[in-house]
Each structure stands twice: as structure tokens, then as C-alpha cells.
Design a protein around this ligand. Sequence first.
Ligand SMILES: Cc1cc2nc3c(=O)[nH]c(=O)nc-3n(C[C@H](O)[C@H](O)[C@H](O)COP(=O)(O)OP(=O)(O)OC[C@H]3O[C@@H](n4cnc5c(N)ncnc54)[C@H](O)[C@@H]3O)c2cc1C
Ligand code: SF4
Length: 518
Amino acid sequence: MTTKTGCRHLILVLGDQLTPAISSLRGADKNLDRILMVEAHEETTYVRHHKKKIAFILSAMRHFARELRDDGWRVDYVRLDDDANTGSFRGEVARACAETGPDTVVVTEPGEWRVREDISTWQDLAGVPVELREDTRFIVSGAGFRAWATGRRQMRMEHFYREIRLKTGLLMDDGKPAGGKWNNDADNRKPARGDLFMPQPARYFADEITREVLELVETRFADHIGSLDPFWFAVTRRDAEAAFDRFVDEALADFGTYQDAMLTGEKFLYHSVISAYLNAGLLDPLDLCRKVEAAWREGRAPLNAAEGYIRQILGWREYVRGIYWLKMPDYAASNAFGASRRLPGFYWTGETDMRCLSEAIGQTIEEAYAHHIQRLMITGNFALLAGMDPHEVHEWYLAVYADAYEWVELPNTIGMSQFADGGLLASKPYVSSGNYINKMSDHCATCSYDVRAKTGASACPFNALYWDFLERNRDVLKGNPRLGQPYATWTRMAPDKQQAYRESAARFLEKLDRNERV
Ligand SMILES: Cc1cc2nc3c(=O)[nH]c(=O)nc-3n(C[C@H](O)[C@H](O)[C@H](O)COP(=O)(O)OP(=O)(O)OC[C@H]3O[C@@H](n4cnc5c(N)ncnc54)[C@H](O)[C@@H]3O)c2cc1C
Ligand code: SF4
């Protein structure tokens, strides 16, 4: 950093706050205030993030800094490889305060508890007051969510979602849900066929800024998971918006119908692939919902698609954020099943004979992306059935996806996927045998395992693991009304059949623990 002239406010803009309307810039003065943006080594390594995730964030940050400068702001940008870079936000804020002597440091609240805790110590460190502002880019504020949650015995997303529909008026007609139903999932979740026309997400060429970042990431993070090539992410607001518009034009209409489908070689299907852009601040959630509603009202997409899509953003995304801030910091240590198995090595390589897992992990390594059902019903389902340590599972999801920030990833992993919170977020564990995966995908047809075989070395491992999971965790799950049917089926099963399932699962898990290829 070169010597700076003084300033009134030192405004720190974090890497997922790449929004001109970010609250830290509210009331800011281009002549009196300075913006600080920091590529912090600590942030790139607290889990071993996917190379593409690091490259995306750094490139989007550099593009945003350029946009701000072009708009007349004084921006001090500390690059990862600047000699004087101390490697942490706190170090860089202290250094900038010493150089510019601001009256106040202003920052919008971060998306991770860890960083918020750190910020609470900066005032003492830098000797300058720190003003932490609310992140107003969400549809529901933290206080709004707490008010909704207060006094509720159950905090189900569906109830929350209805309230927000009413408040925003999205997909509402005369105070009633458009089409008469709040939730149109009955028309959704069909398997897809490989011969359908497949839309593809918009892809962008790397410009000079991105190419420089890619080189830096390749050199500094060679031992992190993932490949950088091909790198096609949008790194500016304009391109991210165009990518979303393309989704609305080409894929939205089939989003709901094929939301849960999986097809070998088709990484994106009818998903929007915009979560990385949205979470970094390049897109606005309410704006996206309004565009999708408009597409439905103009007859460009059916209601099941528009409602299904809006529910993901207005419902799930807002809801998991609310849960995160309501329940942290204890939430991160939840482990309702006391699960402790180490995550197998193939989660980092994709090298497994289980086709569904090799597909989901393989594309994760390549793209830093997998769609929801791959995360929930393939990698998450397997980790839960096999009794993986939920904290390790959480760190994996946080590392490997370009859209992963703790506020959104942790509740999805700990709550929705691993049921480690004992049912606070999900009404039952998302587990299945191979049958469900076979129904929703074409993976089983080319798998080394036989999805129809129930037990034995060549049987689909999900089959025995499913029953073993239910029996192993009976104490935690037996009172769950949604599991009455599977437990009744298990109880009716002949004892030798039950034993065969449990032995089959035990043999598979032993192999896993011995690090043998499965
Ligand atoms: C174990 C697990 C971990 C996850 N980790 C993350 C994460 O780190 N970051 C993240 O953004 N999402 C996460 N999700 C949610 C979801 O899988 C991704 O948001 C989605 O796959 C992103 O792809 P897309 O943009 O194509 O989404 P689409 O399928 O096109 O959905 C549209 C948008 O809805 C939102 N959305 C959908 N489902 C969820 C959800 N369950 N929670 C929050 N937002 C949702 C996202 O913003 C997404 O971009 C996770 C889900 C699971 C099961
Ligand atoms: S047979 Fe089992 S392991 Fe193989 S792809 Fe199907 S569900 Fe996955």
C-alpha cells in the first residue's frame, strides 16, 4: 500500500459484499471516505477451498474494485501477493487505520460467525470505533426472523415461506397464493431423459484480470481441490445478470419438473447455476424473484416452475440464513447421532465404484458446482447413512462449492442434510436406499453395483446402509412420525433378512474404514 491521505470513514467491503448498494456504503462520501478491500490469506485457507471458488471470489472482487474506482471512489485494494499484506482482515484494518487515521471503521456484517467474532475485537486493536451495519441485501432481517421464530414449537420453512409470500406479495393474487396453492411440488420432481434439449449456463471468457487471478491461484493453491480449467464464471454484475436472464429464457420453464433429476454427464440440467453470483452480491434475491414471477405472468414459464424457483430463494435461502444467526455458535457442533466416521478419501478424488458418487464428486472437482439433489441425496445421503462426522462433512461442503459461505452452507449440511440438529430444520432425515437414486437418475445402469441386489458384496451399498442407519439410530429417530412406515417395515422383516442387511452394511463400512476402494 502506498501512503494515503486521511479519511473520515474507512469502509471495509468483504469479498461477498460486491454490491454497490451494500449498507456500509450508505451515506458515504467519495471525497471524505476510503474503501478498503482485502484479499486475506487467512480467508483463502481456513478450509482448503476449491481453486475455482478462490479464483471466482478474487476476480469478482478485483472487478468490483475497478467498478468502484471508475465511479469515483478511493479504493485501497490489498492483493494476496502484496508484500505488506499481513494475511488477515484484522491485520489489514489495523494497518490501514495506522496509515489513514479514520474516525470510524464501517463494515456490513459478515456472513460467517467466525468473522463477526473477529470484528468485535477490532475496536481495541485499531483504537478506532467500528460500526457494524446490518446486511440489508436479504429479504428478511435477522430481527424479522427472530420475531417469526419466537414462541414457535417448530420452525418449518414452509410456514416461514408463506409469511414472506404474503409480505412481499410475490405470486399472490388478492391476498391468496396464485393458482390456489402455496406449493406446487405435486407437479415437480420427475426424472429427466437424456435426449431432451439441455440448456447450458452462460459461459464467459476470462479477461486479463481473471487470467492474472487464475495464474495466482494455480501457483499459490496448487494443493487445493479442483481444477481451474475451464473457468467460465461471470465475475461482474452485468454478466451475472445476463446469465440469470438466460436461465429464465431457456431453462426456467422446466426447472420444477426436473428439479430432482440427475443424468450422467449433465451437470446442470435445468438449474440456474447462479448461487455463487447471488451469494457474492452480484445479484439481488428479490430482483430475481420478481423476474421469475414476471416470466410466469407473461406466460413464459408454468406456475410449478416459477413457484418452485421462488420458494428456493424466498423460502429456503432466507430461512437457512435466519436459522444460522439464530442458532450459532452452538449449531456448528450439533451431532445428534454422535457420528464420528472420517470422510473417505474419495470425497476429494471422486475415485469410487459407486457411479452416483463418482458423478457428483467428479463434477464438483471440475466445476465447484453440484445441484441441490446431488448434494442432498448423493453425497449428503451417503455421508449420513455411513455415519460420517457432521463437522467434517460441513467442512467438505464449505470447501468444495463456489457458492459456499457458512451462513448458507452450515444449516444445509448440519440441519437439512445430516440431521445433526436432531430435526430443528428438517422434519425427517433425507436418506434413501438405491431405489430412489435409480428412480431419479440413470446412474445405476452403468454402476459396478447392482441396485436391485439388497445384500452382499455386489449389492448397491445404499440398500444395506439405509436399514443399518435406521436401526443404528433408533433411539434418536423412533418417535419421528414421518419414519413410522420404514420402522414398521423393518419390524416386519424376518430376523435373518435384518441380519443380512446389518452384516452387509458392517462389511462395507469396514472396507471404508480400511481405506479400500469401494
Ligand atoms: C449439503 C448441502 C450444502 C449446501 N451448501 C450450499 C452453499 O454452500 N451455498 C448455497 O448457496 N447453497 C447451498 N446449498 C443449497 C443448494 O444446493 C444450492 O443453493 C444450489 O444447488 C445452487 O445451485 P443453483 O444456483 O443452480 O440453484 P437452483 O437449483 O437453480 O436454485 C435457485 C437458487 O435457490 C437458492 N437455493 C436453493 N436451495 C437452497 C437451499 N437449500 N438453501 C439456500 N438456498 C437455496 C440458491 O440461491 C439457488 O441459486 C446446499 C445444499 C445442501 C444439501
Ligand atoms: S447402484 Fe447404488 S451406488 Fe450404484 S449408482 Fe445406483 S445408487 Fe449409486
